[in-house]
Write a protein that binds this ligand. Structure first.
Ligand code: UD1
Length: 421
């Protein structure tokens, strides 16, 4: 296993390119199963979650081969309907195979994803939505087994008590593209990654309107075909670099990301006193005054993303006065708070709310990564902390960030990896 070591205290300067979106790449790779023809996907991030998905596609019988580091070609001519437990259990997002397998083969067997450190993660809405389209589900030895005679369009409401569901919306969209008739999804997730999936499916011949709004209409077609697609930029990776500049008092240019996708984060960082300017796909983040505290409530897009909550909390821990975070999407997602406290942060968590009293300085410590975004928060904190921070279990960060240490080094950070003895 590897650990990341950071010697903090250096303001970041320079330019960094954000890569392709992991959360767009995963459903889009799964969607390639909907056709026997070849699909070429570019701007695919080279991260371990994507590597798992490519391995799953290969196990299912697809020819999935990297053409270069960030381009994958998939041809799913003859595929089977059973995803391997050993790979699926490593990545909760593999639940997004349900929709395409049902659409293509009318049957599938995928192991039930467990909860994870960010809390229980039910899939009742995925099952309910696909069931309304005509798929029947049983639970057999820890696997979701599903089959259908025919998928038929209908009206499906995907609202959970925490808002909309991203992967649930994507599953239903994918199955509905080849269902008979029209499907209307109400309370659909509006995330840019859902829009990117819809635009990929449209290139495959699907008829979809309303992606990016709460109501999506899909008119089923008989078959989909191959195409080429470039994945959108990763707004969470871009946002993570922005928080790195914020916490170190830096001045950086993040290239490649649509500022509209980062509106909620930009608004909060501006409230905290940062200077942010953007032009097309370039965002400049500059700190020229002390950081102020603020209040953040996480919500589905276009609200403040839960996937940026941990990184912003690290920044808040050095803010003047106090800040509040209310986590409405995953109310238990505060594993990073205890590790930040070990670095000197003053954070109190009660239920879905964290109160952060800004401190003058964080200090380096040995800390444990618990999930993808929590580990990003520890890196952010380490960049500002006095002394040396060692982050253990960094495989969590490699699930969703391509070469984060290399990219931060290019901005002047003193960060490197070592192998555990
Ligand atoms: C996706 C993202 C993840 C992000 C999350 C919320 C991917 C691969 N992952 O995860 O990075 O943090 O969106 O923006 O795209 N829920 C139910 N029943 C369901 C499904 C979800 O109650 O059937 C609840 C969840 O417990 C959670 C909320 O709905 O409280 C939102 O979850 P959801 O949008 O489904 O998250 P994912 O799609 O799994």
């Amino acid at each position: 296993m590897e650990r990341i070591i950071i010697e903090g205290g250096i303001p970041l300067h320079g330019t960094v390119q954000a890569g392709g979106s992991k959360n767009a790449a995963l459903p889009i790779l799964a969607a390639t199963l909907l056709t026997a023809e070849s699909c070429t996907i570019s701007n695919v991030p080279d991260v371990s979650d994507v590597q798992f998905m490519v391995k799953i596609l290969q196990h299912l019988g697809a020819h999935a081969e990297p053409l270069d580091k960030n381009t994958v070609r998939v041809e799913a001519r003859n595929i089977r309907d059973e995803a391997p437990y050993d790979l699926v259990r490593k990545m909760r997002a593999s639940v997004v195979l349900l929709g395409p397998l049902l659409g293509r083969l009318k049957s599938c067997k995928v192991s039930v994803p467990g909860g994870c450190v960010i809390g229980p993660r039910p899939i009742d809405l995925h099952v309910e939505g696909l069931n309304k389209l005509g798929a029947h589900f049983t639970l057999e030895e820890g696997n979701i087994v599903s089959h259908t005679q025919e998928l038929t369009g209908t009206v499906i409401d995907l609202k959970s008590k925490f808002g909309s569901t991203v992967l649930g919306t994507e599953n239903v969209i994918m199955a509905a593209t080849v269902a008979k008739g029209v499907t209307i999804i109400k309370h659909a997730a509006q995330e840019p990654e859902v829009v990117d999936l819809a635009s990929f499916l449209e290139k495959m011949g699907a008829k979809i309107s309303g992606a990016g709004t709460p109501t999506i209409r899909i008119e089923g077609v008989r078959a989909l075909h191959g195409c080429e697609h470039r994945i959108i930029c990763d707004r969470i990776e871009a946002g993570t670099f922005m928080t790195a500049a914020a916490i170190t008092g830096g001045n950086i240019l993040v290239r490649g990301c649509d500022p509209v996708h980062l509106h909620a984060l930009i608004e909060k960082l501006e409230k905290m006193g940062l200077n942010i300017h953007w032009e097309k796909y370039d965002i400049r983040v500059q700190v020229d005054q002390p950081l102020r505290g603020t209040k953040v409530v996480t919500e589905p897009y276009p609200g403040f993303p839960t996937d940026m909550q941990a990184q912003l909390m690290a920044v808040m821990s050095l803010g003047e006065k106090s800040s509040t975070v209310i986590e409405k999407v995953f109310p238990e997602r505060f594993m990073h708070a205890a590790e930040l406290v070990r670095m000197g942060a003053k954070i109190q968590v009660r239920g879905d709310t964290a109160h952060i009293d800004g401190v003058k300085q964080l200090s380096g410590a040995h800390v444990m990564a618990s999930d993808l975004r929590a580990s990003a928060a520890l890196v952010i904190a380490g960049l500002a902390a006095h002394g040396q921070t060692t982050i253990h279990r960094v495989y969590h960060i490699d699930r969703g960030y391509e070469n984060i240490d290399e990219k931060l080094r290019s901005l002047g950070a003193r960060i490197w990896r070592e192998r555990d003895a």
